[in-house]
Design a protein around this ligand. Structure first.
Ligand SMILES: [Zn+2]
Length: 391
């Protein structure tokens, strides 16, 4: 037990030095050797109780079952059957995996430059480097010399995208962003019919031969409220799978699907992004992301070369929406601000309340003419995110 006491103190000291949380050294009882105060000001003891095991609150906060072996006193197994030691490594600090598990389980703040060991998977420089990559990929800030940056984002509906939208874009040389789900072709997937008769190989070819950017739209597009684990799978594994299926171009952007990640509310407020696991995961794993945050001049969004996170667009799914959107684009061009156009290709010619091929064609003709006149620049969402209307 003496070894355990020392180990726990070591972990506590290392975390305190980070500084990731306040650590008590008061030792109010012999059962309270070291502890962490979490964001709710509740104390978790990384130590044994009188029976030699972790306290019930510690186990509950960690969400992990205790293991009981002769050589593994004070360790936990997670759902992947990986062991976390509440102990020191050879340097005297907690192991990176142990620190990572504690940070995630206790929602501790992370990222201090004085952290003695780099936590595995904790937010460090990932997002900044993805922004960096986006800029490198496009040759730096895209200066439009006053023209309004316009991006068109198409949400799945691959059958109509392939057969109606893409030929229209090609004929006019217009860029676009296609938001898709990595498991859209799986048995029982959402939106199977609207994505029919297309393949990942075809889509990958569009990213090379056409001005089509792919955005991560989550793995599943499933209905209902997801658990934290399902949300993490949807966001992070969805990106990995999509990149593996579409290897030709880097996928650096996220387009928020209207599905219920816990507490995220489709990214409507700063807190949705900063105080939910889904918001943090989307931000960490993508250079730029859409959400439902409104600009003061919505749908006009200032474009000054700095990435705007969580911006919302205007939808052109409805019948007769094109006239309104043309007016909004003209207003954005006059104000030298950007605008995001959103569209579900499955809507096209889908009934009297929905947009027709003729209306979409009319809008694309308008965009081409406005671009040729120097009033707007039609960009992918990634390009739009680093556009600057200045010279
Ligand atoms: Zn969608």
């Amino acid at each position: 037990m003496e070894i355990l006491n020392q180990s726990v103190k070591k972990a506590g000291d290392a975390i305190a030095a980070a500084p990731l949380a306040r650590v008590s050294t008061a030792e109010p009882s012999k059962d309270a050797v070291g502890g962490i105060v979490d964001q709710d000001n509740r104390l978790t003891w990384l130590t044994h109780d009188e029976s030699g095991g972790p306290t019930p609150y510690a186990k509950q906060k960690l969400g992990l079952p205790t293991i009981e072996t002769e050589t593994a006193t004070g360790g936990f197994l997670d759902k992947d059957n990986r062991l976390t030691w509440l102990t020191h490594d050879e340097s005297g600090g907690p192991t990176p995996y142990a620190l990572d598990r504690l940070q995630k389980s206790l929602a501790l703040p992370t990222g201090s430059p004085s952290t003695p060991t780099t936590p595995t998977g904790a937010p460090t420089n990932r997002h900044a480097m993805l922004e960096n990559e986006l800029r490198l990929l496009h040759g730096g800030t895209i200066r439009t010399a006053g023209a309004a940056p316009v991006c068109m984002i198409f949400d799945h509906g691959l059958y109509n995208f392939k057969n109606i939208v893409l030929p229209l874009l090609r004929a006019r040389g217009l860029a676009s962003t296609l938001a898709i789900n990595s498991r859209m072709y799986a048995a029982g997937a959402a939106n199977t019919f609207e994505n029919r008769e297309t393949t990942f190989a075809e889509i990958d070819a569009w990213t090379v031969a056409d001005k089509v950017e792919i955005a991560n739209h989550g793995a599943t597009h499933r209905a209902g409220t997801l658990t934290e684990a399902e949300a993490q799978d949807d966001i992070v594994n969805g990106l990995k799978e999509l990149q593996a299926a579409l290897p030709s171009k880097r996928i650096l952007t996220w387009v928020q699907p209207a599905i219920e990640y816990p507490g995220f509310n489709n990214g409507a407020t700063t807190a949705n992004w900063t105080d939910t696991e889904s918001g943090k995961l989307i931000y960490q794993h993508h250079a730029a992301a859409t959400g439902t945050m409104r600009a003061v001049n919505q749908p006009q969004i200032p474009r000054d070369g700095n990435i705007v996170q969580g911006a919302y667009g205007v939808w052109l799914d409805a019948a007769s929406s094109v006239a309104t959107i043309k007016t909004q684009i003209t207003a954005a061009a006059t104000a030298h601000r950007g605008i995001i156009l959103r569209h579900h290709p499955k809507s096209i010619d889908g009934g009297s309340t929905l947009i027709t091929t003729a209306e979409l064609t009319d809008l694309l003709d308008f965009l081409k003419a406005e671009q040729d006149a120097g009033h707007i620049r039609v960009l992918t969402f990634g390009q739009w995110s680093i556009a600057d209307t200045g010279y």
